[in-house]
Design a protein around this ligand. Structure first.
Ligand code: NI
Length: 227
């Protein structure tokens, strides 16, 4: 499932991020690539262990914890510390699939990448090109979202970033391991949760059918989740 999560960051938080990014030192994006990605990738990144990346990463993680839509859709178990990239004019990232396992250098923190996330930090008007294109069985999906919005997509998908032809595209990107490994099961849980929330808003959380359905949700989660 591919999902657009609006307003993960407020415009004020975006401005704060941009200020930190403007002052930071950028390096070649291939520092985090696997072999296949390195051939396709042409952009800049904040060094993973830099003070700027850590400060920005904490800000993003705190915002994600406060997003019920993100939690419901991703059911995160472990989130890789967010990374930050910049595509200037002529820069691009060709079609690739993200590495299945991500390890943090100098630690034993390791995740299986179930979901990939891009959090846009530039407004669409600031640059031309720079669309994120994700391929699935229904074809290609393009995302170029307002600053502060996030796109969530299965890490199994082939994807690319089209060349930037004007301005600069800055974003945060990261991966997570979900409590529910299977995308189909996770999607069903998300749909069920969304329906229960709608029903509860119409009736009440104490409505007997809402209570029944909530029980079913949790019993499915118990069946499918690793924690
Ligand atoms: Ni990727």
């Amino acid at each position: 499932m591919m999902l657009h999560i609006p307003q993960v960051l407020t415009k004020q938080q975006v401005a704060q991020c941009r200020q930190i990014m403007d002052r930071a030192e950028w390096v070649d994006g291939n520092v985090t690539s696997g072999h296949q990605s390195a051939l396709a990738k042409n952009n800049l990144q904040l060094p993973e262990d830099s003070d700027a990346a850590r400060r920005l990463g904490d800000l993003v993680l705190t915002a994600l914890e406060r997003s019920p839509l993100f939690i419901s859709a991703a059911l995160p178990l472990k989130v890789f510390p967010p990374l930050f990239n910049r595509y200037g004019e002529g820069q691009t990232f060709g079609t690739h699939v993200d590495n299945a396992i991500r390890a943090m250098r100098g630690s034993d923190f390791r995740i299986r990448t179930d979901l990939s996330c891009t959090l846009f930090l530039a407004e669409p008007e600031e640059y031309d090109g720079g669309e994120l294109i994700v391929e699935d069985t229904y074809g290609e999906h393009s995302a170029k979202l307002p600053a502060g919005d996030l796109i969530l997509y299965p890490s199994t998908s082939l994807h690319r970033v089209t060349p930037v032809t004007r301005g600069a595209r800055v974003a945060s990107f990261f991966w997570l391991q979900s409590m529910v490994r299977d995308d189909g099961e996770r999607t069903l849980l998300f749909q069920l949760d969304t329906t229960i929330q709608q029903l509860a808003a119409e009736r009440s959380h104490k409505d007997p059918q809402v209570v029944q359905l909530t029980g079913i949700y949790h019993n499915l989660l118990r069946r499918w989740a690793d924690s």
